[in-house]
Design a protein around this ligand. Sequence first.
Ligand SMILES: Nc1nc2c(ncn2[C@@H]2O[C@H](COP(=O)(O)OP(=O)(O)OP(=O)(O)O)[C@@H](O)[C@H]2O)c(=O)[nH]1
Length: 283
Amino acid sequence: MTLSSAPPLRRGSTPVPIKHQLRREEAVNDDCDWTLGLGGQSPPPISLCPAEDEFVSLAADARQGGPLSIALLGQNGVGKSSLAIAMVGEMDRTASVDSDGEGYIRTVTVDDEESTIVIYDNWRQDLSTLQCDVCVLVFSVTDRRSFHRTAQLRLLLRETQPQTPIILVGNKSDLVRSREVSAEEARSSAALFGSIYVEISASLDHRTSELLEAAVRIARGESPGPLGAGGEDGAGGGRRESLTTRAKRFLASLVPRYPRDREKEGGRFCRQKSRSCHDLGAL
Ligand SMILES: Nc1nc2c(ncn2[C@@H]2O[C@H](COP(=O)(O)OP(=O)(O)OP(=O)(O)O)[C@@H](O)[C@H]2O)c(=O)[nH]1
């Protein structure tokens, strides 16, 4: 299908190369490409990644003390490849791409312990065959639809492999003005599934190393560290909040807070505020 015959697409957050525009078209027309292979129904119609057997054997190695496997999943164009490259690092990039070009291998030292990791950024087979030590579900904070896709994916993963830990990642946090999903909403969503939420910008390499460290710890079967302890972009993990506390915090974030003494002063506070350009008559 060509771009000209495509139905009108949703607003893209960034200009994307043609290859991504074409893939995004697939994503729009095919709401849930991964579900097709589940529940004994027909297999997925396309298979762009020829490395399934290799991936499965690497994942099996991981469980026997081989490399730790980290799978990046999410809608097209959310930045999985950019994230994979950021996690692998510029220096390792050419050396570490495997023969199929779909997975990146590198060694990392986290908490003074060295681990070999394999990062897969494009799993297009039947999700039920995916075996990894940690799944990173990526969405773009500028694209609500991609956020919904991660919710679908989590349900599918919970069905097929309930034991696999999940990290929810909101990418493109640098595109502040185009944001469609708030950090608060994403944190709450992650907390519902008992996973951590990390907000990053793969392009700016912001928080990608924290994400990598958390993923490695989780893949090792350890706690995620600072991000999972309710840090700036963490949710769930070590510090559990009750639903009521979370709801209060959420409501508090919606209502502007004024210091108590200023509340008492009432009008004076308003007058002070109006000295700005809100009400020029006060001048
Ligand atoms: N502003 C901004 N753009 C980003 C960021 N991460 C990725 N992009 C852009 O988003 C577009 C898609 O990025 P990719 O890494 O190819 O996304 P993908 O999820 O691998 O896409 P597919 O390969 O189609 O599944 C590219 O134009 C990237 O430059 C980010 O953090 N900020």
